[in-house]
Ligand binder design. Sequence first.
Ligand code: IMP
Ligand code: MG
Length: 183
Amino acid sequence: MGIHDDIERVILTDAEVHARVGELAAAIERDYPAEDTPLLLVAVLRGAVLFVADLARAIQMPVEIDFMAVSSYGSSTKSSGVVRILKDLDEDIEGRDVLVVEDILDTGLTLKYLLRNLASRKPRSLEVMTLLYKEGKQRVPIDCKYVGFPIPDEFVVGYGLDYAERYRNLPYIGVLKPEVYAD
Ligand code: IMP
Ligand code: MG
């Protein structure tokens, strides 16, 4: 059985995501002057990988890409707010313009930790772009400069987002059939 068979409903099609990624890329080009040191896109592994790959390809000016991996302790379906850095940046961000690229902003606990950590390294600017934003779920306020799509509070998969490490390779974003969680 293929991954598409497990999807109950598509929330955002491939074409909708693609179009929005183009708009976000244009917003970056407008907001970050090309004559400065290139903007550093910091993608949070692993969910933001597909997003940052498409985003970077849609940007016409020089950008650099670096990665961070963080892990929350405890249950995998709920954020604990306790975060561990599994992979740190390779780049020194002091004096740099940094844009953190996230797949989804849920409770905000992971990002809050990450932003505090990155801010202590004295970047010139530090902003957040998230593809998806779960409305009404934030437990801590996060100032998010760019939001791809606000979505209702439902568990979604695809375009980088996983359920038990699967479905990241779906080209669209959707909701799983309930029986998928059952087994
Ligand atoms: P937060 O700390 O609650 O904001 O956690 C955000 C992280 O939880 C995201 O980067 C995702 O890895 C994961 N997450 C939150 N909601 C979903 C979802 O609907 N589908 C898949 N992963 C999710
Ligand atoms: Mg995840």
